[in-house]
Design a protein around this ligand. Structure first.
Ligand SMILES: [Zn+2]
Length: 82
């Protein structure tokens, strides 16, 4: 997989129809995430700064286990909230 690196906020983003932006994947996957088990907050984020992904609560910092992709990170997050 070729990762496209865009530097600077002024970069003109030309997104081909078949290319899915990482942020779009994250925001889409987060719709499936349950509220935070720590504070019941729904403001969640996915930490993808490392090689792995993990769901984090923006409010209290509760974080789920790391997984290799967004969907799995959300799944394991949801498991922990049950
Ligand atoms: Zn929380």
């Amino acid at each position: 997989m070729i990762m496209e690196t865009i530097s600077g906020h002024d970069a003109i983003v030309t997104t081909p129809p078949d290319y899915e932006d990482a942020d779009e994947v994250i925001s889409r996957e987060l719709k499936y995430a349950d509220p935070c088990p720590g504070c019941s907050g729904k403001l969640l984020d996915i930490d993808d700064t490392a090689e792995d992904y993990r769901v984090e609560c923006v409010n209290c910092g509760w974080a789920g286990p790391c997984r290799s992709n967004c969907a799995d990170a959300v799944d394991i997050w949801n498991e922990r909230t049950k």
